[in-house]
Design a binder for this molecule. Structure first.
Ligand code: ADP
Ligand code: GN1
Ligand code: MG
Length: 364
């Protein structure tokens, strides 16, 4: 795991137009990609908190394009709301830029901390999950008027599942760490579902699934809820906003939030799809989208859930085979543990398939 010294972190922070004196700075959150810090500042008016992040340039090869997208999208969203806590707010660097590049080429950015908020790893009740669904649905609805050609595709083929499958097969073949022999069962699980991977791409090619501006990383911990009312406040982690399929935004939320266990649960008997959370999310997402989804998109929501879950499991397995070079890991086989929960969830979705389809038809 990468570590950045406190001196370098504070020096980066000093490049931004913030207020007060720094009184605390510590790693923050459970993201798998960026290095995130909570910085506490103090001035005569009291305390002010900031989120400082070093953008992962191994993942985002063109960080200035990421910052361009975030700047455009947050400005657009701010035009349509009066409440500052409803949109992520970038704090600009003293040189007027949206980011600061340090002497070692690290790219930093600062956001206002969304105060009086909750960020949950998993919903504590159905209503929390419903609220996150409304937030992501509404996010998509509000961005439906956004000029998509102004966005860079910051990670090409991010949710191109057939392409992810090709990269997975290559990783199996190269087997650079000699780990493939130990994961034969997991490899077979993926290969047995090869014909499924092109389902959404085919629907798009046939004109049945439109491209929209999507978030592409709709985990429960990428949405903030109001601490007091527990209602949806703000969608965060805007790095991967790109053109994509609505059903994948729906699907990634189900993968992460409608599981009965954490993404890295080691006891697989605890992992399954919670049908009532699934139904809650369908209701909330459709309410948030406010009628903008086509009947075909609604019909394909379960396919989006299965696609995002198998794709994510395949990505974890690919990273495990390649020596854990992409996702942050906390122990040796962390990616393998994550991959196994995803495959268990896929198998459970397959068993509950008729129920999932019936639920979305009920709301269509
Ligand atoms: P990653 O891409 O690594 O997941 P995120 O942008 O999601 O990075 O940030 C990691 C965590 O930091 C989030 O899950 C959330 O808990 C917290 N966080 C990020 N931005 C803010 C913010 N503006 N206000 C409060 N908490 C935030
Ligand atoms: C990463 O950044 P974070 O932790 O919200 C990843 C997602 C995966 C997710 C799995 C840019 O999300 O695509 O679905 O981990 N983000 C990127 O938990 O690869
Ligand atoms: Mg995140």
């Amino acid at each position: 795991m990468r570590t950045i010294s406190i001196e370098k972190t504070l020096s980066a922070f000093s490049a931004f137009e913030t207020t007060g004196t720094v009184v605390g700075c510590a790693p923050y959150g459970n993201g798998h990609i960026n290095d995130t810090f909570l910085v506490n500042c103090q001035d005569i008016n009291g305390e002010k908190r900031y989120i400082l992040q070093a953008v992962n340039t191994n993942v985002f090869k063109k960080p200035t394009q990421v910052m361009h997208n975030i700047q455009k999208v947050t400005s657009f969203l701010r035009e349509h709301t009066n409440d500052t806590r409803h949109v992520l707010s970038l704090v600009y660097a003293k040189d007027g830029r949206s980011h600061h590049t340090d002497g070692e080429g690290r790219v930093w950015r600062v956001y206002d901390f969304v105060e009086d908020s909750l960020c949950l790893e998993s919903p504590e009740c159905c209503e929390d999950f419903y609220q996150s669904a409304v937030a992501f649905g509404d996010f998509q609805k509000r961005l439906s008027a956004f000029p998509v050609d102004e966005l860079f595709e910051v990670i090409p083929d991010f949710h191109n599942t057939p392409d992810r499958y090709c990269k997975f097969l290559q990783a199996v073949q190269e087997d650079v760490c000699g780990r493939a022999a130990d994961v034969r069962e997991e490899i077979a699980f993926v290969k047995a579902r090869a014909s499924f991977f092109s389902l959404l791409a085919d629907a798009h090619r046939e004109g049945r699934l439109p491209l929209r501006v999507t978030h592409n990383d709709t985990k429960m911990n990428n949405v903030m809820l109001d601490k007091h009312t527990r209602s949806a406040l703000c969608v965060i982690d805007l790095d991967t906003i790109m053109p994509g399929f609505s059903v994948n935004d729906f699907g990634d939320s189900i993968r992460f939030g409608a599981s009965t266990a954490a993404e890295d649960e080691t006891n697989l008997s605890k992992v399954s799809l919670d049908i009532s959370l699934f139904e809650m999310y369908v209701k909330g997402f459709l309410a948030g989208c406010g009628g903008m989804l086509t009947a075909e998109e609604i019909e394909l929501l379960p396919e989006g859930a299965k696609m995002m879950t198998i794709e994510c499991g395949m990505r974890f397995l690919t990273d495990y085979l390649q020596g854990d070079v992409y996702f942050k890991t906390k122990y040796d086989n962390h990616n393998l543990v994550r991959c196994r929960t995803q495959f268990k969830l896929v198998a459970d979705m397959e068993e509950k398939w008729a129920q999932l389809k019936a639920i979305v038809r009920k709301y269509r």
